[in-house]
Design a protein. Sequence first.
Length: 275
Amino acid sequence: MAEQHTPRSLIVSLYGAYGRTSDGSPMPVAALVRLLAAVGVDAPSVRSSVSRLKRRGLLLPRRTADGAAGYALSEGARRLLDDGDRRIYARSEPKLSEGWVLAVFSVPEAERHKRHLLRSRLARLGFGTAAPGVWIAPARLYEETRNTLERLELSPYVDLFRGDHLGYAATAEAAARWWDLPAIAALHEEFLTAHEPVLRARREDPGDPGDAYRDYLLALDSWRHLPYADPVLPAELLPDDWPGRRSAEVFAALHELLRDRGAEFVRPFLAGYGE
């Protein structure tokens, strides 16, 4: 299955990689259009996607220092990107001894739309289903889970617990029930198919800053969804040939090789909008 890079997702990835300034300065609309054109997104698609992100409260219309139209990250969007960084760039795997966080919820039938929102949000955070109404994830996801539920005003319906798995099935066997590991492995294989050849090519020929920017933004846009689909389980619970380890290594190498070189391409478009 070929990778899909939507304009809206690429805009979020662009802000995540190169659009967070210390003073919250906006990114000029003209820069957004030209930088997204470099990865194949036309101007109408950029403007339409920016409008949707604005309606969601993630981007705020602002003028740049020289009076040009632009968009700045909202405080909520900045927090989301900061939270995402802790997953996207994490290199350490959790230990089984760190335990688990359990989310137990009950939503009244009259508010069943919130039940759907709660399930979908827990799934996006990386939780697996241990039993009806009982969701489980590595304990390191507790803080992010708590913050997310509070931000979405879902915390009144949820109790969170931390603990260890005491039986009766072997933990590895139980984990294979709680998560769809073959589906997660397929996502990692898809990432590797698309981006491992890019890493090999760029190690042989670094290309110019425009090449680095394009390759890095596409890799980041693919990768940043994976640490949410994959909760990153302790190694003891995964097959020996688990592709998540290799895909994490490939992304880390691409980040090291391309991110700063890509910034050389981006910098002239953003000159004067903030440091």
